[in-house]
Design a protein around this ligand. Structure first.
Ligand code: 2PG
Ligand code: MG
Length: 433
């Protein structure tokens, strides 16, 4: 066996928020090596695998020395001698070693870094790119359509504005490099508008501009003007995508919009969002209501135009069972796939397959706390995900991913082509908004 694991090492490294995180290095008997770094969320769903931290005073309790020790003492001896190419066996072993439902003993962060590092090592041992290894016997996809943040808010910007992500999707771009070009133009135009208005105050956690606005609609207006100032047609070439991250400002059907001093019930929030969809070319909305407000989320999905993608993040947390349940309830029509929410690649893949089986949209996503790790780009291609979300198009922990996609353009069978428009809800109707 050329992919036999010789050693697994855990290492404490730094993420994009100056917080410690975990890198795992899996080396094979053949000398091949695989490395991966765990990302970390800030607005997390309550059902996510536990991100194991030390507690105490250091770095707000967010150090990872315990999780690194678990890799060295528990995971490393158990994986030595196993076949890195047998991802299912590696992941089952990790799940058994942890032994808890929420992965709180060894930590979802330790598990996902190990699971991804094993995949990297197996690909290196086989002498194939990671996306090819991850595709297995299935057909890999092409490049995914990027969903890119221009303005960052919510938990990623000190709650300066309630809505978390104001993003764009270059729905009219024929290929991946063009989608990035158009988005970078919009990004610069937005920066120019903010600068003219005296509102330029740096960037939020994912590289989008800091939201120095008085209302959420002011952010939407700025995004519209930025698309136009970039010389692009809103709704035809570039659509607006929002992550409301409603669980961060509401529970049990009560929502508090701090910036606007408003209290809304579920119907009030639905009306507000439907109003935005009527007034702006919104093509995708993530977590429109809180994770415990499922009937209201289903009501929103039923009421919003069929060309709008309704994405579940906090509600389904990359868990196949939760995705199937959400589909049964008609809560949404797309799933965000964040491997660290569930803890192993095999379980994340099962979630992706569950979404695919229901003909849902699928968006592989990074977290707000990131690093130079580009595994998710290979996951998106290997698992044929039509979309990818990694934050903005500024800061290197983000552009490491977009640039990896540019590298893959020359390696993939379909080159730089993006999935055809009819793969997306907005492409199935004649026009958007
Ligand atoms: C989200 C992500 C990325 P976080 O909510 O979709 O924007 O944020 O990683 O903080 O959960
Ligand atoms: Mg989200």
């Amino acid at each position: 066996m050329t992919t036999r694991i010789a050693a697994v090492r855990g290492r404490r490294v730094w993420d994009s928020r100056a917080l410690p995180t975990i890198e795992v290095e899996v080396s094979l008997a053949s000398g091949a090596l695989g490395r991966a770094i765990a990302p970390a969320g800030a607005s997390t769903g309550s059902g996510e695998a536990v991100d194991l931290r030390d507690g105490g005073a250091d770095f707000g309790g967010r150090d990872v020395r315990r999780a690194v020790a678990g890799i060295e003492e528990v995971i490393s001896p158990a994986l030595a001698g196993m076949d890195a190419a047998d991802q299912a066996a590696v992941d089952e072993t990790l799940i058994e070693l942890d032994g808890t439902a929420d992965k709180s003993r060894l930590g979802g962060n330790a598990l996902i870094a190990t699971s991804m590092a094993a995949a990297h090592a197996a690909a290196a041992g086989r002498g194939v790119p990671l996306w090819r290894h991850l595709a297995g016997d299935g057909e890999p996809g092409g490049l995914p359509l990027p969903e890119i943040q221009v303005l960052g808010g919510g938990a990623h910007a000190g709650r300066r504005i309630d809505i978390q992500d104001f993003m764009v999707i270059a729905i009219g771009a024929a290929d991946y490099p063009t989608a990035l070009d158009w988005t970078a133009r919009v990004y610069h135009a937005a920066g120019g508008l903010l600068s003219e208005a005296g509102l330029l105050q740096g960037v939020a956690d994912e590289g989008g501009f800091w939201p120095a606005f008085q209302s959420n609609r002011e952010a939407l207006d700025t995004l519209m003007r930025a698309i136009e100032a970039a010389g692009l047609r809103p709704g035809e070439e570039v659509g607006i995508s929002l992550d409301i991250a409603a669980s961060d400002f509401g529970r049990a059907g009560r929502y508090r919009l701090g910036r606007e001093g408003k209290e809304l019930d579920s119907d009030g929030l639905i009306d507000m969002l439907l109003g935005w969809c009527a007034d702006y070319p919104v093509v995708s909305i993530e977590d429109p209501l809180a994770e415990d407000d499922i009937a209201a989320m289903a009501a929103f999905t039923g009421a919003v135009d069929a060309h709008v993608q309704v994405v579940a993040d906090d509600l389904v947390v990359t868990d196949a069972r939760r995705i199937e349940e959400a589909a049964r309830q008609g809560a949404c029509n797309a799933a965000l796939i964040k491997p660290n929410q569930i803890g192993t690649l095999s379980e994340a893949r099962a979630a992706s397959e569950a979404a695919r089986a229901m003909d849902w949209g699928r968006i592989v996503s990074a977290r707000s706390g990131e690093s130079e790790d580009t595994t998710i780009v290979h996951i998106a291609v290997g698992w044929a995900s039509p979309q990818l979300k990694v934050g903005s198009i500024a800061r290197s922990e983000r552009n490491a991913k977009w640039n990896e996609g540019l590298r893959l353009c020359s390696a993939l069978p379909d080159g730089a082509a993006l999935p055809p428009a009819d793969r997306f809800p907005w492409g199935r109707t004649a026009s958007v908004c």
